[in-house]
Design a protein around this ligand. Sequence first.
Ligand SMILES: [Mg+2]
Length: 187
Amino acid sequence: MDRSEDDGRPLLLLDVDGPLNPYRAKPHRRPEGYLTHRVKPASWISRHPGTPAAYVKPLRLWLNPGHGPALLALPFRLVWCTTWMDEANEWIAPQIGLPRLPYVPWPRMHHGDPDDLHWKTRYLVEWAAGRPFAWVDDEIGPQDTAWIAANHPAPATTLLVDHRHGLRPDDFTALADWADSLAAGTR
Ligand SMILES: [Mg+2]
């Protein structure tokens, strides 16, 4: 992301699977407010080596069309923070009413960490480069939150989302309250 675009708002580093796609909800009970999408992004097809693309079973997504407007109403700059990377702009954003967003590019994914941090944690702190941020994900552990507090030189918060439910109204309230406190200088 071009730093000249910084406008003082904190970053909202947004995961897809869990917060937007509650993939651990009961498989035959779509959560209320969500719509079903069946998609075949290139990264999904590549996980089925030897199977022609036309025969790869689509990936099922549940997405809530209310989430885009609710996210855009928050006083944050939205950034994808997901293994989907730029594919989120093709397969997720249009379904929920979001524009193209910048994304955190991962040099590696799903690797182990000597301090048991999530594989995203060190990268996203480096990428944020001293800018305030909220990280929204379904896999954040207390060790990640503590490491960020100790190693990120600006305010940051983590929001653990239940991957059975996705983002809920209380999550949006918590994010707005945090941004408000940051803007008021009380954070
Ligand atoms: Mg996730």
